[in-house]
Design a binder for this molecule. Sequence first.
Ligand SMILES: NC(=O)c1ccc[n+]([C@@H]2O[C@H](COP(=O)([O-])OP(=O)(O)OC[C@H]3O[C@@H](n4cnc5c(N)ncnc54)[C@H](OP(=O)(O)O)[C@@H]3O)[C@@H](O)[C@H]2O)c1
Length: 251
Amino acid sequence: MNIAIITGASSGMGREFAVQLDRCLGKTDEIWLLARSREPLEKLSYSMQTKARVIVIDLTDEAAFKQFEEVLAIQNPKITVLVNCAGTGSHKFFARQSKEEIDAMIQLNITALTRMTMLCLPYMKSGSKLIQVSSGAAFVPQSAFAVYAASKAYVYSLSRALGQELRGRGITVTAVCPGPVNTPFLTHAYEDMSGFGALKRLTMAKTACVVKKAIEDCKIGKSVSTCGLPIKLLYLSTQSVQNVMITCFRV
Ligand SMILES: NC(=O)c1ccc[n+]([C@@H]2O[C@H](COP(=O)([O-])OP(=O)(O)OC[C@H]3O[C@@H](n4cnc5c(N)ncnc54)[C@H](OP(=O)(O)O)[C@@H]3O)[C@@H](O)[C@H]2O)c1
């Protein structure tokens, strides 16, 4: 059985990945939709052409992860696409953040994404695609977004290195690095939107555009997906040396 797995599919970009992949994935038997909220996942699953399986899971819960691992072992699917999209952010000075807020970002953005990648890789074969949703915040440290930006720098770095490691297996890895996108993420991250600066408002991208570009880039095996001129310029100005170095360190 060929499947695609999307985490964070109940909302924002994860939901949009499900909608767009549903239209363009060939030879896929099922799309597995993962998040904590059952209702939006079910609603989405009813609207899809491809058979969708709703998996209600808290990716920061060790026991739930273990159950998911067992489901995979029993079904033994071929994972053609894995989209690690679930993520959370909290925009505040580090000293003002609670332990819970910091733990939530590290556990979901770093630990769960790493765990999910480890779990799914044995089921991915030549031609499989791994899409890791990072952020433009990965490119530069950001005050008041310190832990979030650092967590996304982790996702970016992991994805680029994995992309090199998996070349021989024919699996591509694409780090998706958007600037601000109009999803519920922003209202969760910002206590009040006064902290959301004019530049961010001006450069805000549409969910559908970011996801469309990410899918196009993943299809051609691009290692980094950026959408829109401002984020492309940020990427080129901050990562050009790294792009040279990564090929020098290729094993
Ligand atoms: N929006 C932006 O400006 C922006 C910019 C750059 C990168 N990103 C990244 O894009 C990704 C998607 O975010 P979004 O903007 O689409 O935000 P969103 O609409 O808030 O989506 C976040 C998704 O993560 C899921 N999620 C949260 N906690 C979870 C948990 N413990 N276990 C399982 N699923 C969980 C949520 O579902 P439930 O609540 O139902 O679990 C939801 O489906 C994130 O990784 C984010 O960091 C966002």
